[in-house]
Design a protein around this ligand. Structure first.
Ligand SMILES: C[C@@](CO)(OP(=O)(O)O)[C@H](O)COP(=O)(O)OP(=O)(O)OC[C@H]1O[C@@H](n2ccc(N)nc2=O)[C@H](O)[C@@H]1O
Ligand SMILES: Nc1ncnc2c1ncn2[C@@H]1O[C@H](COP(=O)(O)OP(=O)(O)O)[C@@H](O)[C@H]1O
Length: 297
């Protein structure tokens, strides 16, 4: 059996650092916006219990690949001893702050849970994801969400449909180095969403005016100090629309009302940088694909 699933990127439309916990991890608040663009994973069952990964252009040891680690963790947790061959088509830059590795890990958990018929509920898969990285649970749950804690307390939210131009500067940022830097500001006040829920059935809606007021990224100033090229990319994009860092970088992004408007700016991009246009989505393309497969059974 062969199963093909997307592993979408995310943007942090808001990233606030509230403080540091005794274990060194940071308390934060972030708005994870899922995108309709990302990597792609293909899963194939095998006759034996081997797990192999063809990582394509991604040049890292197998034991470090989050796809392999997700597969091992799922087997350990469930006692499953089945094997699989997994092919990765890597479209997202590494260390970009758009969650490529985390999303690959989540898609591996979701895909293998289905392929191996482990039948773990989403809560259990999200907990396994948390063990692999702070950003994995949001991709496992598959909803654009407001995150608190170290990023694992998730509240699904509805954002207005927008198109994003994401620029990829020529550098990779180490998340651990940014969080370990004494110059990082860690004193933002917490935002409360509760007031926005009043009288509204369903998910909390974050409209563009609210987003405009609260957008920002507490890592941006430090990351731009460490990597002047990221500042240059953001300032270039800023000529056309409000531009901001995602996660701990390196990517920067701006929102547009249409894909055409974003593509028009992308067409002007200096050759030294690359970029892509993607739409913001409420539900992960991974979950949409799994639901489609389930509906045809
Ligand atoms: C801050 C974010 C926002 O999305 O940055 P990006 O990775 O997307 O750039 C993420 O939550 C990152 O998530 P992820 O990349 O999965 O982090 P992890 O592998 O769990 O942690 C990498 C390192 O970042 C630091 N870290 C991470 C998350 C957090 N809330 N506090 C931290 O201090 C820790 O030093 C940890 O060793
Ligand atoms: N399947 C994978 N895809 C990308 N990176 C991976 C993967 N597995 C492990 N990694 C490691 O995770 C690190 C961060 O990955 P990535 O998710 O691309 O960055 P970010 O969290 O900044 O968005 C990479 O530098 C890489 O060493």
């Amino acid at each position: 059996m062969i199963l093909q699933l997307p592993a979408p990127a995310k943007l942090n439309l808001i990233l606030r650092i509230l403080g540091r916990r005794p274990d060194g991890y940071h308390e934060l608040q972030t708005l994870f916006q899922l995108l309709d663009f990302g990597d792609s994973l293909e899963f194939e069952t095998r006759e034996n219990d081997r797990i192999s990964v063809d990582a394509g252009t991604l040049d890292i040891p197998l034991q470090d690949n989050l796809i392999y680690r997700a597969a091992q963790l799922l087997r350990q947790h469930t006692g499953c001893n089945k094997g699989a061959h997994i092919r990765l088509q890597k479209n997202l830059p590494q260390g970009g702050g758009i969650g490529g590795g985390s999303s690959d890990a989540a898609t591996a958990l979701l895909g293998l849970n289905y392929l191996w018929q482990c039948n773990l509920p989403i809560d259990a898969l999200a907990e396994l994801g948390r063990q692999l990285g702070a950003d994995v649970p949001v991709f496992v749950r598959g909803r654009t969400a407001w995150a608190e804690g170290v990023g694992e307390k998730l509240t699904p939210v509805a954002t207005e449909p927008r198109h994003y131009l994401v620029l990829v500067p020529n550098c990779a940022v180490s998340t651990a180095a940014v969080f370990g830097d004494p110059r990082l500001t860690r004193d933002s006040t917490a935002i409360t969403l509760a007031a926005l829920r009043e009288g509204q059935p369903g998910d909390i809606r974050l409209d563009s005016e609210w987003l405009e007021r609260h957008s920002g990224n507490d890592c941006q100033a430090l990351v731009e100090k460490l990597h002047p090229e990221i500042r240059a990319a953001r300032e270039w994009l800023q000529q056309f629309a409000k531009a901001q860092l995602t996660g701990t970088g390196a990517c920067v992004f701006a929102a547009f009302d249409s894909a055409q408007a974003a593509s028009d700016v992308l067409a002007k991009l200096p050759a030294k940088w690359s970029g892509f246009v993607a739409a913001g989505v409420q539900e992960s393309p991974t979950h949409r694909q799994l639901a489609k497969i389930a509906s045809t059974l």
